[in-house]
Design a protein around this ligand. Structure first.
Ligand code: ADP
Ligand code: ADP
Length: 218
């Protein structure tokens, strides 16, 4: 479970996140919906301890991210600017991540299959399309088999087949009892992906409801 409580972040005079509170529960995909610039990435970065809030806090299973033991095994994340060494082969990138986090390297083959990249495991990341890079980022997030997953715009850049593949993966991961938060600026995309919706605009909470209720009300 993720608890966001009264979270506020300012950049100079801009209030990026404004007294935001919501809870992300396990067992379903929660969509994090809002237009570009609404504050989704900033909120997710604060969940991961990469940005410090001006006010408020985020608790992941009751603790701030920094106080989790073995954080990569607790929380998997795909952010917009995830660093990948572009000259490396996809499988070598994942092996390196596995080794540096004491995750068995046998897991690399599993996560490549989960995202549908086993056919290009030996290809260099430099030649990857945006969609393939997204899949690789998702594979990296899954390496430690974490119970909590945060994905910032995971369907961006994917072709229609990739969207269906990754959408089904997200749903399956949630159905296994994981806590899954997925951001998007597209309502139609979220309606097909999520069961619960947290909607923000200009850093503020606009709705926190089921997709079915949100669609009926809007
Ligand atoms: P979203 O992910 O919903 O597109 P962001 O969290 O990226 O929104 O941005 C929220 C607001 O904060 C925007 O006004 C954006 O310009 C601003 N912002 C985000 N990151 C920075 C930064 N590092 N420096 C200054 N302003 C930022
Ligand atoms: P450079 O040698 O170009 O300065 P670095 O080795 O410092 O690059 O790494 C750049 C990025 O790639 C960093 O985010 C680092 O965490 C990551 N990285 C470093 N070594 C590896 C590796 N073997 N496989 C995958 N990523 C790596």
């Amino acid at each position: 479970m993720i608890e966001v409580r009264n979270l506020t972040k300012r950049y100079g005079g801009t209030v990026a996140v404004d007294r935001l509170s919501f809870t992300v529960r396990p067992g379903q995909v929660t969509g994090f919906l809002g237009p570009n610039g609404a504050g989704k990435s900033t909120t997710m970065r604060m969940m991961l301890g990469l940005d410090r809030p001006a006010e408020g806090r985020v608790l992941i299973d009751g603790r701030p991210y920094e106080r989790l033991t073995e954080p990569l095994r607790r929380v998997g994340a795909l952010l917009e600017a995830t660093a990948v060494h572009r000259g490396r082969r996809a499988q070598d990138h994942l092996r390196w991540l596995a080794r540096s986090n004491r995750i068995p390297e046998t897991r690399v083959r599993e996560v490549l299959a989960m995202v549908g990249l086993e056919g290009v495991a030996r290809k260099r990341v430099r030649g990857f399309s945006l969609g393939m890079s997204q899949r690789l980022g998702i594979a990296a997030a899954l390496l430690g088999d974490p119970p909590i997953l945060l994905f910032d715009e995971p369907l961006n850049g994917l072709d229609p087949e990739g969207i269906v593949w990754i959408r089904n993966l997200l749903k399956a991961l949630a159905a296994e009892g994981r806590t899954v938060l997925v951001s998007s600026h597209l309502m139609g995309e979220m309606a097909l992906t999520a069961e619960h919706l947290v909607v923000i605009g200009r850093g503020r909470l606009l709705a926190d409801t089921t997709v079915a209720e949100f669609v009926t009300a809007h």
